[in-house]
Each structure stands twice: as C-alpha cells, then as structure tokens.
Design a protein around this ligand. Structure first.
Ligand SMILES: C[S@@+](CC[C@H](N)C(=O)[O-])C[C@H]1O[C@@H](n2cnc3c(N)ncnc32)[C@H](O)[C@@H]1O
Length: 237
C-alpha cells in the first residue's frame, strides 16, 4: 500500500521517467506550448514588438536545431551547446538582433555564423533571401541538411570565412554577425547597401552589440547592449 502511494505520488508529480508526463513533455504539443511561453516571457515581455518576428519565433521549431539530448532545454532562456565548441544563441538575443535589422520582407540579408541554422530560419521567414556563411564544415553540413529538410527555398549557405563576406552577391540590405570580431570587418561594411543595417557584436571577451547604419555619405554606429558571443574564427591561408 505504502509502495503504491509513493509510486502514485511520483507519477502525479511528473517525476517518474516513464510516466505519462515524461512522454507528453517531448511531444510536439508540449514543444508548441514551451515556444508560446518563450515568446511571451522572454521576448515580448522584454519589449520586442514586431508582430512578423513574434510570429516567426512561434512558427520555427527551435528544438529541431539543437542536439537530441538537449531538446528538453531548447526553449530555456540561455544559449545551448550545438557541438564543435559552438552555441545556439539565447532566444532573446536572436529576437533582438533580428528586430534591429528592421526587415519588411523584401530584403537580401547576409548572416555570418550559421551555427545550428536557427537564426537563419528566423531570417528566412522575415526576408526575401538569406545568404549564410559558416566556417566549420561539420556545422555547415548539418544545418544545410536541416534547412533543406524544413523546406526553406530562400536560403543560400556556404562554408567559408565570413570575415570576407559574400562579395559576388552583395550589396546586402542587412548583415547580421553571430560571432564576435575584435573590429568590424571592412569587407562587411563595403558589402552593406546604402540604407542598410549591420548588427554585430564587437570586442574581445565581452562585446558591445552594435547597430551600424550606412547612409549616402556616412556610417552611423550605435551601441545596443553588452553581450557575450563566441569569437570570430579566421580561415588559415
Ligand atoms: C553563436 S554561434 C551561431 C549562432 C547561430 N546563429 C545559431 O542560431 O545557432 C556562432 C557561429 O559562428 C561561426 N563562426 C565563427 N567564425 C566564423 C567566421 N569567420 N565565418 C563564418 N562563421 C564563423 C561559428 O563556427 C559558430 O557556428
């Protein structure tokens, strides 16, 4: 009797590893609910307002972009490891950087640091075309496969050193960098269209997230918030 009571208690509390609560926790419905809570508590509550962006964050299944064993944590308020010593950024940072690009749906965007492909997918929901560069071949292969499986038709991905940008396809209306250089790479400024926006973390250990705007005759730079990104790697010649 005592044993049955304890067992019942454990199942009710959702702590029994094979109980109904554990099964429900990894169902699509459970992930959808976690995603809704993520958008409400981590994104909208912190002041992100763009309705197209909030919709995209509700639509894109973040749990598909993390390794299987950390799927239960996919909607937590933090970056997570994705292999190769790299991370998928915190959901709020993905949202903030996307909002800073002020996308309307007609733009061509360049992303440096594909990583898991999650930020790429969010951009693909918001812009006309997304060009993305990842320096680490295994991550580029993995995210390329996933983005194809998810049926994104407006993404072009290549492996390479994003410091150099993608000159053949420039200029870009928006450029987003998800790894941190110590200084803004000059090729990225050159490849930014007039009226375009560059969102980039700049610095060594801690960085400033910067919004750079290019107008006809000048470059305007604004510091947004302090952030911590993985460093920008360089390809050896
Ligand atoms: C914070 S992680 C990626 C976050 C990613 N946006 C996501 O949603 O998963 C930064 C990525 O930048 C890549 N990276 C670092 N230096 C790079 C470079 N020079 N060119 C392109 N990618 C680079 C890293 O390999 C890593 O995958």
């Amino acid at each position: 009797m005592i044993v049955r009571c304890i067992l019942g208690f454990v199942i009710v509390m959702g702590l029994f590893p094979f109980g109904p609560a554990a099964a429900a926790d990894s169902s699509e419905a459970a992930f959808t609910e976690k995603r809704r809570q993520m958008v409400e508590a981590q994104i909208a509550a912190r002041g992100i307002k763009d309705p197209r962006l909030l919709d995209a964050l509700l639509r894109v299944k973040r749990h598909r972009f993390v390794p299987l064993h950390i799927r239960p944590s996919a909607y937590e308020d933090r970056p997570l490891p994705i292999g190769e010593g790299q991370t998928i950024s915190q959901p709020y940072i993905v949202a903030l950087m996307s909002e800073l690009l002020a996308l309307k749906g007609t733009e061509r965007v360049l992303e440096i640091g594909t990583g898991s492909g999650y930020q790429t997918a969010i951009l693909a929901e918001l812009a006309r075309e997304v060009y993305t560069i990842e320096i680490l071949e295994p991550l580029a292969r993995q995210s390329g496969r996933l983005l194809t499986e998810l049926n994104y038709k407006n993404i072009r991905l290549k492996t390479g050193d994003g410091f150099l940008g993608w000159p053949e396809s420039s200029p870009f209306d928006g450029i987003i960098v998800t790894c941190a250089p110590e200084k803004i790479p000059p090729p990225l400024l050159e490849q930014l269209a007039e009226g375009g926006r560059l969102v980039i973390p700049v610095g060594k250990h801690w960085q400033n997230l910067k919004l750079v705007r290019k107008t006809k005759d000048r470059i305007k730079e604004a510091d947004i918030i302090p952030v911590r990104f993985v460093p920008m790697l360089r390809e050896k010649k």
